[in-house]
Ligand binder design. Sequence first.
Ligand code: AMP
Length: 287
Amino acid sequence: MSLKLAVPNKGRLKERTVEILRQAGLEIEDGAERKLYATVNHGDMSVLFLRAQDIVRFVHSGAVDMGITGWDIVLETDLDVEKMLDLDYGRCRLSVAVPEATGITSAKDIPDGSKVATSFPHMAGKFFKELGKEVDIITVSGAAEVTPHLGVADLIVDLVSSGSTLKTNKLVEVGVIAESQAVLVASKKSLATKEREMRELAAAIESVLAAEGKRYLMADVPIDVLDEVRSFLPGVAGPTIMNIAGRDDIVAVHVVVDKAEIYDSVNRLKRIGASGILIVPIDRIDP
Ligand code: AMP
């Protein structure tokens, strides 16, 4: 059964999304980003490049089966879609920020009647309502951070990642409404008929995330230091140890290691007499 996957056509999430699909083994045809529809090397799947905002709506209606978009957008559109995976990139938070000059340090101290500029009117409205505040929400389609300087708003609700945009605009964060990152979402309608294919795609993407920051290390190790190697290279299910034809004094050790541990591990392996050390990248880990 064929699957339609929607991915962002621009913005912060696009590049990493395409990279993850390629790493999962779904090679998207060249120049695909400029087309609406792209086929992938897997015959039963097509990838659509759409605006991140539209992806949730299309997934909800079942026009596409699955989508990758920001969790902030899912929360804002408030439509019932199934989150299958957190993807661990595009991290940001939806925050309340006020001009530094106000001296306000908490959202609780924002006066009633304040004007709040945001492209997240649903989330902002809900937040202030729960806080018992009467504020005017002014919906903007972007660049909320300039509105206090224009006198259009008293404060903003916007996405913050490094915080440098707020700083440049002399705004300070006084509350966090939600944390966000890229997510894989699924249409509940599609899940009813294509659940197996959809879970397979989710598992493929998850295996790419599992390989993040990992390397495959291979080394020829003297047999008498194997116990020591096992002690500092535990691996996924322990190191794989293989005989080398014609040698009874050394074995080949293959093991998955954290990238951060490579430097120390290689030095240690060399000190105890290992040779032929190779470090290779891993696209996927399907345990
Ligand atoms: P920063 O200066 O790094 O805090 O980024 C803030 C600006 O980038 C704001 O204009 C946000 O709307 C936008 N932004 C930050 N993170 C994201 C994200 N994950 N997805 C979309 N827009 C974002």
